[in-house]
Design a protein around this ligand. Sequence first.
Ligand code: FAD
Length: 297
Amino acid sequence: MLRKLREFDYLEPSSLSEAVSLLDHHGKDARIFAGGTDLLVTMKKGELNPRYLIDIKGIPGQDYIRYDEKEGLRIGALTTIRQIETSRVIQESFLPLAQAARALGSIQIRNRATIGGNLCNASPAADTAPPLLALDAAVKSVGSQGERVLPLERFFVGPGSTVLDKEILTEIIIPHPTLHTQGVYLSISRRRAVDLALVGVAVVAILDPDKGEWKAVKIALGAVAPTPVRAHHAEKVLEGKSMDAGLIEEAALIASEKETYCISDVRASDWYRKEMVRVLVQRALEHVSQITQEAHR
Ligand SMILES: Cc1cc2nc3c(=O)[nH]c(=O)nc-3n(C[C@H](O)[C@H](O)[C@H](O)COP(=O)(O)OP(=O)(O)OC[C@H]3O[C@@H](n4cnc5c(N)ncnc54)[C@H](O)[C@@H]3O)c2cc1C
């Protein structure tokens, strides 16, 4: 049952620097408010009762998608999931991210939810996290000590927790993909459209179609550990090796057995989640290898 919201002060800074100083001043009593699609639900459940809400949605210039070959892709933290889903450059060159955006919630949620909120909420099941990990994304944040950029892989600490310390996430940076890079995001959830992923798998691979080899492979998993994770052991099975079916099966098995710390809950058992990791990793690897071969013919 939803409880009545406790009283809070609603603050509306007009610049990032003002938001940073409010966050610095109010510390743990304050929460950043972006789309509010996670935060309001948590507050209504009574799980979080911030004294101050710092609404950053009105700060101009923080919702952008910029791309060039040198700098790669830069996404402002306040960019909505719907903007990502419908961006032509993301659909064409960073497909797993577009696929993850399409899988997130309903269209009403995607119109409101931001990519920064999806990462900062730090749910192990956050849909945009696996593709961003597989795409080698970095995140930029700002606090009273200035700006810092760190790899997304070092951003998540545990369920609901990140390395941010009185800081605001401002930008997601994804390097320009090299030639013959292919990727895909696959997820399963229960049948209702707004259910969170039970398992999410992103694969981004650079393949050498002439030699028939995996040059580099990045595999990331969602909802199967306390944070979204890269499957490094499984990646090593493939890197520098030929694109044969046996190796794909071996990598998928290793991802399922060595890289997951699944739990059983009301949504699925740990056995089922592990099995789905094996199935989805295998499907994703087969898919990228197949499209590379087809494009090369
Ligand atoms: C019905 C429903 C269905 C959903 N389905 C999915 C789904 O399928 N997949 C999925 O991944 N998620 C889903 N969600 C969760 C949610 O919509 C996403 O996580 C969304 O992207 C959160 O973004 P937001 O802007 O609304 O974040 P908010 O709710 O505003 O914030 C979330 C958290 O991040 C912090 N935060 C936000 N922005 C910043 C920032 N720039 N810097 C520092 N901290 C910040 C806030 O303080 C808060 O703790 C669903 C939610 C609902 C209500």
